[in-house]
Design a protein around this ligand. Structure first.
Ligand SMILES: [Zn+2]
Length: 203
C-alpha cells in the first residue's frame, strides 16, 4: 500500500459508502508528529461539493506494520470528520486559541479572564466545547466502523496500535497556554466504540 492507494481508498469510501461522488478531498502524506488529521466541509448546497484535506503520516503507519484494513479505518475516521462537518467545532477552538495567543501580547488581563471563565464552565480545564470535540471522535470511529470497515476487531487492533502499548496514553490533547487539557485516552475510545457498536446492533 502507498499514498496513492490511500487516495483511491478515500475516493472509494466517499463514493460507495457515503454516496458522495463529486468531491475534492485530497490525501496528503505528512511527516510530522501528527499521525492523521482532517479538515474540510461537506456541503449539501449545490454546486459546492465536499472539500477537504486528509493528512496521514504514512511512513509512521508502515513502520509500525499497520495493515491495509487498519489504515482504511484511520482514513474512514478522518473522512467521517469531513462528512459530519466536525471541522467547524475544531476550528472554533483553534480560533479562540489563536485569538488568545495574540491577545496575550497586548492584553494579558483578557486572557486571564478567559482562563477564569474556562475554569468555571469546565472544572477539568477542558475547552468549552470539550464534550462536543470528544463526541466528534467517538462518532467518527463509529461511522468508520459501521459505514466502512464493518470489522470491530480490526478497529480495536488499530486503536491498540495507535496507543503504542499504553492504552492510557492520550488519543488527543488540547493545549492552551499553561492549561492542562487532557482529551480522551485510547482505552476510552475503544470502550465507547464497543458500547456504541453493540447498542447500534441491537436497535
Ligand atoms: Zn479524529
Amino acid at each position: 500500500m502507498n499514498i496513492k492507494n490511500c487516495q483511491d481508498s478515500v475516493n472509494w469510501i466517499l463514493a460507495n459508502r457515503l454516496l458522495i461522488n463529486d468531491h475534492n478531498v485530497i490525501v496528503i502524506n505528512t511527516k510530522t508528529s501528527l499521525i492523521a488529521g482532517a479538515f474540510g466541509i461537506n456541503s449539501t448546497i449545490w454546486p459546492i461539493n465536499a472539500k477537504g484535506i486528509i493528512l496521514i503520516n504514512f511512513d509512521y503507519l508502515s513502520e509500525r506494520h499497520f495493515t491495509e484494513k487498519e489504515i482504511q479505518f484511520i482514513l474512514a475516521h478522518e473522512i467521517a470528520h469531513i462528512y459530519k462537518n466536525h471541522s467547524l467545532n475544531t476550528l472554533m477552538w483553534n480560533i479562540i486559541e489563536r485569538l488568545l495567543k495574540n491577545l496575550d501580547y497586548n492584553t494579558p488581563i483578557l486572557v486571564e479572564i478567559f482562563k477564569g471563565f474556562l475554569e468555571i464552565l469546565s472544572p477539568g480545564n477542558l475547552p468549552y466545547n470539550a464534550e462536543e470535540l470528544k463526541n466528534n471522535e467517538y462518532e467518527a470511529d463509529l461511522i468508520a466502523l459501521n459505514y466502512v470497515t464493518g470489522d470491530l476487531r480490526n478497529a480495536i487492533s488499530c486503536l491498540q496500535k495507535l496507543s503504542s502499548g499504553d492504552l492510557n496514553s492520550p488519543s488527543h490533547s488540547w493545549e492552551l497556554f499553561n492549561l492542562d487539557l487532557p482529551a480522551m485516552t485510547l482505552k476510552k475510545r475503544i470502550e465507547v466504540l464497543k458500547e456504541r457498536y453493540y447498542s447500534f446492533r441491537t436497535i
